[in-house]
Design a protein around this ligand. Sequence first.
Ligand SMILES: *[C@@H]1O[C@H](CO)[C@@H](O)[C@H](O)[C@H]1NC(C)=O
Length: 204
Amino acid sequence: MPHLGFLLLVMLIGLCAADTKGKCRLHPACAILGGHCVKDPTDPIDCRGRLVPDGCRPGNCQCCIPGCPEDEGFFLLPSTNQCFKYFKDRPRNWTESNELCLAENLVMAQPYDAVNLRSYIVQRYGFYSEFWLGACGDGTYIQWQNNGDIIRSTNPLWYPNMPGNRITPVYCLLLLANDGQWKNDPETPYYSEYYVNVRYTLCE
Ligand SMILES: *[C@@H]1O[C@H](CO)[C@@H](O)[C@H](O)[C@H]1NC(C)=O
């Protein structure tokens, strides 16, 4: 029978090797905000705070900043633990929404759970609450600005007949959030909208 100490050593070496392989690396952008990296941002156990895209590498790692301060207007979406800030002071065009998020040291939202997010916002902020998300057309697809991921036309979240040919840079991603859309088409909140039109702003 092999020595127990030897077995433990073999296990430890194995664990370390596995950890280094898929390890998340912290970038200054995350460190400066007091954050740390988490591997699976959709696992609520992993991050008790708000997630900031792009603070960690590789791509599926996310920067987690502890806390989601409600007194500063943030809210935490329980299903994915993503922390958002919603601005319903006045509607803005997409460019202005983007500038508002950046001015707050945030980015436009890229939700992991758009269906639950819409449901949360309609219930909390009322009947007409449509808001811009951080993705616009690149000529072929609607593309997330935070990580470059594309939203294919086959994505099940698209509202019927969307995005069609609304994939040029003058179209950006809108989350349909009024009471009627939420009740009638609960599973399809994505809409491609002309970027000059004004809607509310959601940052993360
Ligand atoms: C967006 O809104 C701002 C502020 O009203 C305005 O200055 C800007 O021209 C608008 N941009 C577009 C593309 O409509």
